[in-house]
Design a protein around this ligand. Sequence first.
Ligand SMILES: [Cu+2]
Length: 301
Amino acid sequence: MNTLRRLLLASAVAAGSTTAYPAGESNEIVEHTMLMDHGDGHLMDMDGGMIMGQNKDRLPDGCSKIAATKEVTVRAGHKYSKKFPGTMFAFDQQEFRFEPCTKLTVHFINEDHIRHQWMMHGLPKYMYDKGMFHLEVTGPAKISGTLILPNEDKTYLVHCDIAQHMEKGMKAQLIVGKGSAPFPSIPGLTDQVIRDHYGPGPAPTQVVAPADVDRTGMSSAAAPASAPAPEAESWFSGMTVIGALVGAFGAPFAARAWGGRLARLTAKDAGNVLAAAARRMWDHAVVVIEWVVRQIRARTG
Ligand SMILES: [Cu+2]
């Protein structure tokens, strides 16, 4: 009986391992409502639920009253990424629009059996610590938080900050009023900064336009590649080190090899081989001399 039960359990685990979730884990959404208020809009519970930057009543500068009271339900999970090729995670919506001074409650439902966040950046720091409003929970679970949107036409980055989740698709934007510059690489919405390339040959290089660089300092855009070092400089530092090492360790082997090679040749052939080797060495020497001359010219004038 015991063996039979073990066999059944093993087959259930094996069957479960072919799906995205381990066998036996429920997909039921657990709602996090009993959070401890740690002050400054920071709430947490012992099951990993977290709210940061909650603000239910403080009016931002320039808001004489709450313009509207709105609620939005956002779902997060692997399954929402399926319509966006190349992504792994996504929210069920990529753009939110509200009027300035709106009191907004976000109901965040994480449907995956991992941790996800709904993190909004770029809020004024005089009332939102680190400029953030943030919901976070390990799923499947639901957590709700409230903030009051500033009185400013601005587009805010919304993402999941768990490593690689934004890069893999969990990225959106929240537009207040007329908004500002859109964010790049929002699935189905805005162009990638560096487009995925699956064709033959090297990928075309693209430079990040200043307007696309995330104003919050978050890594929403790939940093433009730094200028390559001057060719001679890198050639010198790389090749001379390698050359010195090869020379030091290879000299005894080279002597043996050349000795053996030349011993089997006629005097004329041996002369030709040595002349060819000398020519190659001279070619290399010319490169070094040219480089030295360039360096001296660059430094003197
Ligand atoms: Cu995530």
